[in-house]
Write a protein of this length. Structure first.
Length: 74
């Protein structure tokens, strides 16, 4: 069953473009991009999720990330 988001695809795409533009414009290497985006995700989780739920949210995020990578191989 597909995941239904409360945010439109247009909102998601626009925000993604705004986040990635500085990385692309500065030709940041893939490994540094991944480190930076990983730090951003950790920061969002630590700032926005209560301590007792952080691990579960991080696990759910990592499962979804793996699914998105696996589905792009098909």
């Amino acid at each position: 069953m597909p995941i239904v988001s409360k945010y439109s695809q247009q909102q998601q795409d626009q925000l993604l473009e705004e986040v990635l533009a500085p990385l692309e414009n500065n030709q940041v290497p893939v490994d540094l991009c991944m480190m930076t985006l990983g730090n951003a995700v950790s920061n969002v989780i630590n700032r926005g999720i209560s301590a007792d739920k952080r691990e579960a949210v991080a696990e759910q995020f990592s499962r979804i990330l793996l699914q998105s990578v696996q589905s792009s191989k098909k």
